[in-house]
Design a protein around this ligand. Structure first.
Ligand SMILES: NC(=O)c1ccc[n+]([C@@H]2O[C@H](COP(=O)([O-])OP(=O)(O)OC[C@H]3O[C@@H](n4cnc5c(N)ncnc54)[C@H](OP(=O)(O)O)[C@@H]3O)[C@@H](O)[C@H]2O)c1
Length: 291
């Protein structure tokens, strides 16, 4: 397939490129400045010229805290930029897969039949609490309204070899201190982009459309994630628990954002601990998604 990858210079974009090339697809790789997805007429002209068979949109405004003070900028990319691509792809009769986030949820855990918290599934109601989450939800709506062949993949707690991320931050801090303080009141599903990228390309190849949840399987707190990072990396560093209130940031984070898919046409991703193991191998250049 001839696949357009927007945001190709980003963290996920790099892994989508690796997977797409390995699978033998012809890729059109773009990012700023060659294609600004907020420019509707440039997007339209690009599709007329390049005529991709499918699109994977990895482009986004991902500065969660910065979005709180620049809603217009975040909305232009995450909502209208995604919509521009989705409408142009639909006019050509081709599918687009767009990436969204757990931040579309409120963070109040849905309950299972026994009254315990359960992962969010696709049919659960949204309720973003940050500007970033609101603009990403608006993007989902524009994409799904443009064509029934389009796909929105919600993922969470993403990390990979081509972006700044939590795992690297923890390993760097462990080299500088005896202890780190990490919140233990936010639970989610860490996701290695080296696992997400093949899952995403697989959805495009199989023509799966609509709303899809794709994260590392299982869930953990950031604090538990840090402990597992140090355990797997065999690093000696204490992980102390703090609350989100103590670590206040401009944008609120969902307290609960574990996700899973309720769809039987979606292949579940590996456990989040396996994703971490894959990433730790890849970052030293021995894994399939190594530099
Ligand atoms: N990272 C996470 O924890 C996480 C969690 C859940 C979901 N997601 C979603 O996953 C997707 C990929 O995230 P990521 O972490 O790979 O993001 P990333 O590394 O920030 O990559 C996004 C790319 O989009 C580009 N971009 C920004 N504005 C653009 C525009 N107007 N036109 C074209 N390209 C533009 C960025 O360029 P510049 O760098 O020059 O701005 C960057 O290269 C995003 O949709 C994100 O919302 C991420």
């Amino acid at each position: 397939m001839r696949i357009l990858v927007t945001g190709a210079a980003g963290m996920l974009g790099h892994d989508v490129r690796r997977v797409g090339e390995r699978a033998g697809h012809e890729l059109i790789l773009v990012d700023l400045p060659e294609l600004d997805i907020t420019d509707a007429s440039a997007v339209e002209a690009f599709y007329e010229r390049e005529r991709p068979d499918a699109t994977i949109n990895c482009a986004a405004w991902t500065d969660v805290d910065g979005a709180e003070s620049n809603e217009e900028g975040a909305r232009a990319v995450n909502a209208d930029g995604a919509g521009n691509l989705a409408r142009a792809a639909a006019r050509m009769g081709t599918p687009l897969l767009h990436i969204s986030t757990d931040y579309v949820f409120s963070g109040v855990a849905p309950l299972d039949a026994h009254g315990g918290p359960r992962p969010y599934v696709e049919s659960d109601p949204t309720g973003p609490r940050s500007v970033y989450g609101e603009t990403k939800l608006a993007g989902e709506q524009q994409v799904l309204a443009a064509s029934k062949d389009h796909t929105v993949v919600r993922t969470a707690w993403l990390y990979g070899v081509d972006g700044r991320n939590f795992v690297d931050t923890m390993l760097r801090l462990a080299g500088e201190r005896e202890a780190v303080q990490v919140v233990d009141d936010q639970i989610g599903s860490p996701t290695w982009s080296g696992h997400l990228a093949p899952a995403v390309v697989g959805l495009v190849e199989r023509g799966v459309s609509g709303l899809v949840h794709l994260t590392g399987a299982g869930s953990v707190s950031w604090n538990g994630f840090a402990q597992e990072i140090f355990r797997q990396a065999e690093v000696d560093c204490r992980v102390e628990a703090v609350s989100s209130e103590q670590m206040a940031r401009p944008a609120p984070r969902p307290a609960w954002s574990a996700m899973e898919s309720e769809r039987d046409d979606v292949i579940p991703m590996p456990d989040w601990r396996d994703g971490l193991a894959g990433y730790l191998a890849a970052r030293v250049g021995i894994g399939p998604a190594g530099p």
